[in-house]
Ligand binder design. Structure first.
Ligand SMILES: Cc1ncc(COP(=O)(O)O)c(C=O)c1O
Length: 452
């Protein structure tokens, strides 16, 4: 028996419909149909309140990297709460796990990324990174360097600054005016944006666009470029291998800071501890969240280089940024324990191996007339569906392909993210061969049911 408690599903659903405002959900449909209530988890498995088991192949929201139900994380939280639950990091205060975690992260991040400010999540981390970038230039007497370059299909969270950097129009609709000073570039999405081009030609085109944009806007007005090593929520866009090595030197030449958003890619998901290691990148700032605690408690942060830290810590100046929960001791204690699991169980390595195997299995779907593209890096993958493979036309939203795929996958006991454009997959990094086979099989069957 998987469940440890008895739940009244009907009552929970009714209360949800009456009172819970779900993020990034069709509120009309959730109010009408109710939520799926998940009550228990163990490794890659979760159970709903009726006792039905699902493979959580989205790892919560890309974040439950060590899998569900890890008692050692619950113990780390309980021990810290009993010791002291809360200490701010404002005004030069700090708790031991907060300090230990900053030091541990400085060891884990490659290069001179040795200084961390904590937040409660991804959007706050990106707000922090963007503000630090501007502040850094301001302190260096270059107060006109305020603009931010980002990419279409990029997702950086939905607080106002992070939202302006986010390059997915549906997140902007109705929430304007957007924070000014953000310029969006083309996503490194070869399937649609680099059609008919070799990889080198496509990358050259993206570099030319970047150069033109910098020339038009003026390098003296641009503070930073923010990007995910592999774009996640926008559609698992794995850039051409040479993309980042072509982009990064242009930024450096124009004194534009590189902020890598490692909120999804951090802590193993792509097959290395950080996405930056896949592409040999040396960013100036890195934002992280999600898997730093595997989602057991909210935590995020930004790491900056020695150079930036030295500028920020000039004498006679307060650094007027941070949040009540920056460096929450309980979250930091959980993160320390979580990072130990990720290292001891070699989860980045497993993500690389399991991801390559799953990509191989899912690539077999590419033969089907409605599968346009299958792509992935480590354990972030996407099966993109199209109405017409030749023209790459998208499905008419009226066909509700996303909703039907969601129903078909859940009926087969897997939780993935379904949209009209396909199925995104991001399981816990602990996933092994039998579960990968089950997952690939269920995705294939769900596609057959919905699209033939
Ligand atoms: C790359 C990236 N950055 C930032 C965020 C925002 O994180 P949060 O929802 O914790 O604010 C997300 C969330 O999915 C993300 O994928």
């Amino acid at each position: 028996m998987a469940m440890t408690q008895i739940y009244d599903t009907a009552e929970l659903v009714a209360k949800d419909q009456a009172h819970l405002l779900h993020p990034v959900s069709n509120l009309h449909l959730v109010r009408r149909d109710g939520p799926l209530v998940l009550a228990r988890g163990e490794d890659v498995w979760v159970w709903d309140t009726n006792g039905k088991r699902y493979l959580d192949a989205f790892a919560g929201l890309w974040n439950v990297s060590v899998g569900h139900g890890r008692k050692e994380l619950a113990e780390a939280a309980a021990e810290q709460m009993a010791e002291i639950a809360y200490v701010p990091t404002f005004f030069g205060l700090a708790a031991p796990p907060t300090i230990e975690l900053a030091a541990r992260l400085a060891e884990l991040f490659p290069g001179p990324l040795n200084h961390v400010q904590f937040t409660s999540g991804g959007a706050e981390s990106n707000e922090t990174a963007l503000k630090i970038a501007r502040y850094y230039w301001w302190l260096r007497g270059r107060s006109d360097k305020v603009k931010v370059l980002s990419r279409r299909m990029g997702y950086h969270g939905i607080a106002m600054g992070a939202l302006a950097a986010t390059g997915i129009p549906t997140y902007h609709e109705g929430f304007g005016p957007l924070t000014p000073g953000f310029v969006h570039l083309t996503a490194p999405y070869q399937y649609r944006n680099g059609e008919g081009l070799s990889e080198n030609e496509f990358v050259a085109q993206l570099v030319a666009e970047l150069e033109e944009t910098i020339a038009r806007e003026g390098a003296d007005t641009i503070a930073a470029f923010i990007g995910e090593p592999v774009q996640g929520a926008g559609g698992v866009v794995v850039p051409p291998e040479s993309y980042w090595q072509a982009i990064a030197p242009v930024l450096k030449r124009h004194d534009i800071l590189l902020i890598l958003d490692e909120v999804i890619t951090g802590f193993g998901r792509t097959g290395t501890m950080f996405g930056m290691q896949q592409y040999g990148l040396a960013p100036d700032l890195v934002s992280f969240a999600k898997a730093v605690t595997s989602g057991y408690v909210p935590l995020g942060g930004v790491a900056v280089t020695d150079e930036i830290f030295d500028v920020l810590s000039e004498p006679n100046r307060m650094f007027m940024h941070g949040f009540t929960y920056s460096g929450h001791p309980v979250a930091c204690a959980v993160a320390l324990r979580n990072l130990r699991i990720i290292e001891e169980e070699r989860l980045p390595e497993n993500a690389g191996e399991a991801g390559a195997y799953l990509l191989g299995e899912l690539s077999k779907l590419q033969e089907r007339p409605y599968v346009g593209n299958v792509r992935g890096k480590g354990l972030m993958l996407l099966v993109e569906v199209v109405a017409d493979k030749g023209t790459k036309a998208k499905f008419d939203p009226a066909r509700n392909v996303g909703g039907r795929l969601e129903a078909a996958t859940r009926a087969r006991g897997i939780i993935v993210r379904c949209t009209n454009d396909g199925i995104a997959i991001s399981p816990p990094l602990t996933i092994r061969r039998p579960e990968l086979d089950l997952l690939a099989g269920a995705i294939g069957d769900a596609l057959t049911e919905v699209l033939g």
